[in-house]
Ligand binder design. Structure first.
Ligand code: HMG
Length: 397
């Protein structure tokens, strides 16, 4: 049985539109520094009605999938908390749109933002048992709290696609991981509600407590080996959360002596700017946020090198978390070269606060039984063409 399993390919997608956080703050009568410094958010991705979790997931996967993958992928695992169907999974559309071989299993997983990691771990374990096969993991979400709500500046939309194999060219994932579940109402979305409900400050506390808990467990199991971690990446509901988690660690009990601990945490804090570059420009993408941060760090941190060990902290409200580790593989940056980065994010189209509000409301008021959409000439990628008697039809242009 092969032990080296991990991420062979990874890419993200986010819609073409964004709103500037300074403009949003001004429209809400709030000091813009609260958004840009207090939350560390500069831009927020806005999704138009002709895109959804399926089109975003397919647009992410389209960047990395090739014919060998199509014939070897046995599992299409779709993680989301923005599902539009209680029964039929978004994975079934992805399976068809990407023309993956028919003897594959396609299904959806849910546990708030943690679901992406649950899907990744299922994929890793599948490949461990079936070493010559592959799995496709999609994480795709639309973060919605409502216009003028306190969560509004932490919205966003995006997706990540990952291909898992036993010859990973990006990250070899270590077997031992550290998990923590505790039942709470920090953030939840009852099935009748188009927006999430949230106890914002409590959710921050629970996130930080969960990180400290799994870190302490990892330290107990790994001892000094934990100090060899080159950088941590975090689930980013807003990008300052990563700094807050490491700050919480400075105040917690750990096995390292105080001097070593503070220099280690200071080093991990220094690695954060690269890891939050994309999140600052996109916002929360729930299941995708941790993995967009991972791509951001790999593409924007020039000090990392093959052989470095990375820690990834996944958190999903409700609440479940997992801390896991992986080693960067020789040539990983070449493997990422073609995927979307800062340049593409800079080429998106800025919209006004009024246009964002219109798109937000249109999604709420959209007839989800029968609808057709006017797609802009310039749009490229998968899109939702129409909904006919509750059936969704997608196309590519
Ligand atoms: P709020 O009450 O509007 O803001 O809620 P605040 O008063 O806490 O201020 C936010 C930060 O801005 C604070 O910094 C202020 O000091 C600072 P902190 O003390 O936290 O470091 N600030 C300023 N800085 C500079 N200049 C100023 C200024 N004013 C204030 N003038 C909150 C913020 C994030 C709670 C809210 O937006 C919210 O509820 N968001 C949604 C929930 C959320 O994102 N929770 C995060 C943890 S839970 C999680 O990650 C899971 C999740 O992704 C869902 C899932 O798992 O599916 C959400």
């Amino acid at each position: 049985m092969s032990n080296t399993i991990g991420i062979d390919k990874i890419a993200f997608y986010t819609p073409d539109y964004y709103v500037d956080m300074v403009e949003l703050a001004e429209a809400r009568g709030i000091d813009p520094n609260k958004y840009t410094i207090g939350l560390q958010q500069d831009l927020m991705a806005v999704i138009p009605v002709w895109e959804d979790i399926v089109t975003m997931g397919a647009n992410a996967a389209q960047q990395i999938i090739d014919d060998a993958d199509r014939s070897l992928i046995d599992q299409v695992i779709f993680a989301t908390e923005s599902s539009f169907d209680y029964s039929k999974s978004a994975a079934t559309y992805i399976h068809r749109l990407l023309d993956i071989q028919p003897q594959a299993a396609s299904f959806e997983v849910k546990q708030a933002c943690y679901a992406g990691t649950a899907g990744l771990m299922m994929a890793v374990n599948y490949v461990r048992l079936n070493p010559n096969r592959r799995a496709l993991v999609i994480t795709s979400d639309i973060a919605r709290y409502g216009l003028e709500s306190s969560g509004e500046p932490t919205q966003g939309a995006g997706a990540v696609a990952m291909i898992i194999s036993n010859q990973p060219r990006i990250l070899a994932i270590e077997e031992e991981t550290f998990k923590y579940s505790t039942e709470h109402y920090d953030f939840w979305r009852p099935s009748h509600s188009p927006v999430a409900l949230v106890d914002g400050h409590f959710s921050n506390e629970l996130y930080m407590d969960s990180f400290v808990k799994v870190f302490q467990d990892a330290e107990e199991a790994m001892g000094r080996r934990l100090a060899t971690i080159s950088a941590f990446v975090f689930h980013l509901p807003y990008t300052k959360m990563a700094k807050k988690a490491l700050d919480a660690l400075s105040e917690a009990e750990t096995q390292l002596d105080e001097k070593k601990r503070s220099s280690q945490i200071a080093h991990w804090q220094d690695q954060l700017p690269a890891a939050i570059e994309y999140g600052r420009r996109i916002g929360n993408t729930y299941t995708a946020a941790l993995y967009i941060s991972f791509i951001s760090m790999l593409k924007e941190n020039e000090t990392l090198k093959a052989g470095d060990r990375i820690g990834l902290f996944s958190y999903g409200s409700g609440a479940v978390s997992e801390l896991f580790f992986g080693e960067l593989v020789e040539g990983y940056s070449g493997q990422l070269a073609e995927t979307i980065g800062l340049e593409e994010l800079a080429n998106r189209q800025q919209i006004s606060v009024a246009e964002y509000e219109q798109l937000f409301t249109e999604r709420d008021q959209m007839d989800t039984t029968n609808a057709s959409f006017d797609i802009p000439e310039t749009y490229q990628g998968f899109y939702l063409r129409e909904i006919d008697e509750n059936r969704r039809y997608y196309d590519f242009k």
